[in-house]
Write a protein that binds this ligand. Structure first.
Ligand code: GLU
Ligand code: MG
Length: 519
């Protein structure tokens, strides 16, 4: 089925009592954060005016305010630097219906969102306002979305993630996290010829050297150099860049940050990669499955839980007391050195992976990627350094473990909204900590190599093999529903169902083609 843009295919049901998204009803998952008042608007305007002067001095002409929709596509409104002050105080108008856009820009509606009416205000986060070296004359600011009365929009994913971060902080915990970004580079010709006609442009790898081969660096050395320079100029702390396995594929990893910062960085990195690619007459695909018969792009999430007071969360004093936070993923007596809380956090995520996939592997194409023996983590199990486990534990080298030990969620991909993905992971981890959850035995091989009966005996189950299965698990998950709120849960479900219907009956090749250039 295809929905004409602007024509909802699901009739909107009556909004629940307490109003729609602008109503501020906490039962919908709304925020307790105080509404923007006159003093706060004035303060923001003053800061923005200063920032605008600084940017103008750097030849910056305009600022792109970005936010990521429920389907994982980064959307934007832009303002000339002279308008930044007004945008910071009063926001930039945008329609709430973007929350129910599908990957082909058709629009569905959920119980809380839909229809052409209403207006939200996008406010740039001035703390994250940076020049985009890859787009000369442009700066980037991730935006938060507010209603016109100054309250936070219940579907604002940045606010949602901040709320999850605060909930962990209330228990004395923080999380350090980063997204690994994989992408495949194509000559731009196929993209330009056909991408506008529904994203069906062809993919023609722009480099031809072997997987992880130095040849691929030589082939595109200027492109990769310009990318690293642009990221550095935008203040991104790159850890590593390498050629990946699939044709034309590379991967970039960045330093861990606080959750909202890490999601903002994921957006900035991706848009920088995209821009530098176009500048070199190339096109970047972040799709989970660029080509139906090859390895896909992951969007692995690294996370570690930290005890802010340096203790173990159970009353025992921490060795790091007085020296700041201590990594709960190391220095403990649990598996591979995890502390009880670190293990519980990991177990909370592992137990909910099928439901979490509706957020972290959110497209129909995600399930073409999430297949066994492709290093995507298609089985619900965990293991030390196991690249076939959906949850991979990494200790880091001896001597570095106290800071380096972390979890890697491998089954997530680049179609995920990074804010929603982290909010859901934090909620799952927090539920694990609250319940004192424990991990099953680790597994250190490819589960696909085990007879099904032995897999079952070890408690290793295949993860959902379709978006529909993941959505069913998500809808049945009370913890995620409560953490994300009713409005977000309902809207996620509506968008996922819309994309399932959109691609119903499509071949893997058609799904890959429809998704290739969208995220
Ligand atoms: N490209 C693989 C994926 O789809 C991941 C390869 C790796 O382990 O980095 O997730
Ligand atoms: Mg990789």
């Amino acid at each position: 089925m295809t929905t004409e843009p602007g024509r909802p295919d699901v009739p909107p049901t009556t909004p629940p009592e307490g109003g729609g998204p602008d109503g501020g009803n906490p039962a919908l998952g709304g925020f307790e954060t105080a509404a923007l008042d006159a003093a706060e608007r004035a303060r923001l305007g003053h800061r923005a005016a200063e920032a605008a002067r600084r940017l103008a001095g750097q030849d910056i002409v305009a600022v792109a305010l970005t936010w990521v929709d429920v389907g994982g596509i980064t959307r934007t409104k832009t303002v000339p630097v002279q308008r930044l002050e007004h945008a910071a105080s009063w926001g930039v108008g945008m329609a709430p219906s973007f929350d129910v856009f599908l990957l082909d820009d058709s629009i569905v509606s959920g119980r809380y969102i839909g229809g052409p009416a209403g207006d939200l205000r996008l406010h740039p986060d001035l703390d994250r306002l940076v020049p985009m070296a890859a787009l000369p004359g442009w700066a980037h600011a991730p935006a938060s979305r507010y209603a016109q009365d100054g309250t936070v929009h219940p579907l604002d994913a940045r606010a949602l993630l901040r709320r999850e971060t605060d909930r962990l902080a209330a228990g004395g915990w923080s999380v350090r996290t980063a997204f690994e970004i994989e992408w495949a580079v194509s000559d731009a010709a196929g993209y330009k010829a056909t991408a506008s006609a529904g994203g069906t442009g062809g993919f023609s790898p722009a480099c031809h050297g072997p997987a992880y081969g130095m040849t691929r660096i030589s082939e595109l050395s200027r492109y990769l150099r310009d990318l690293l320079r642009a990221l550095q100029a935008s203040g991104v702390s790159v850890d590593q860049l390498h050629p990946e396995y699939a044709a034309g594929q590379y991967e970039l990893s960045v330093a861990a940050e606080d959750p909202v910062g890490a999601a903002d960085t994921a957006v900035l990195v991706r848009e920088t990669i995209r821009a530098v690619s176009f500048d070199h007459d190339l096109a970047a695909s972040f799709s989970p499955k660029v080509e139906a018969d090859r390895v896909g792009n992951g969007g692995h999430v690294h996370l570690s839980l930290w005890r802010e007071d340096g203790g173990d969360g159970a009353g025992a004093p921490g060795t790091g007391a007085g020296t700041g936070a201590v990594n709960a993923m190391a220095g403990g007596t649990g598996p591979y050195g995890m502390t009880p809380a670190g293990e519980a956090f990991a177990a909370g995520i592992l137990a909910r992976l099928p439901a979490l996939l509706a957020i972290g592997a959110p497209s129909v194409a995600s399930y073409l990627r999430l297949v066994p023996s492709h290093w995507a983590g298609a089985y619900s199990c965990w293991g030390l350094e196991n690249r076939e486990a959906a949850l991979r534990f990494i200790t880091g080298a001896a001597g570095e473990r106290a800071t380096a030990a972390n979890l890697e969620v491998k089954c997530f991909d680049g179609a995920a909204n990074p804010y929603l993905a982290l909010a859901a992971l934090l909620a799952a981890g927090r539920a694990g900590v609250g319940a004192g959850a424990v991990l099953p035995a680790p597994f250190d091989a490819d589960p696909a190599g085990l007879p099904a009966a032995e897999r079952a005996a070890r408690g290793i189950a295949p993860l959902p093999s379709s978006l529909g299965e993941a959505v069913a698990a998500f809808e049945a998950d009370g913890v995620l529903r409560e953490a994300l709120g009713e409005a977000v849960t309902d809207t996620v479900t509506a968008v996922r169902r819309g994309e399932i219907a959109l691609l119903d009956g499509a071949t893997p090749q058609e799904v890959a083609a429809a998704t290739r250039w969208r995220h």
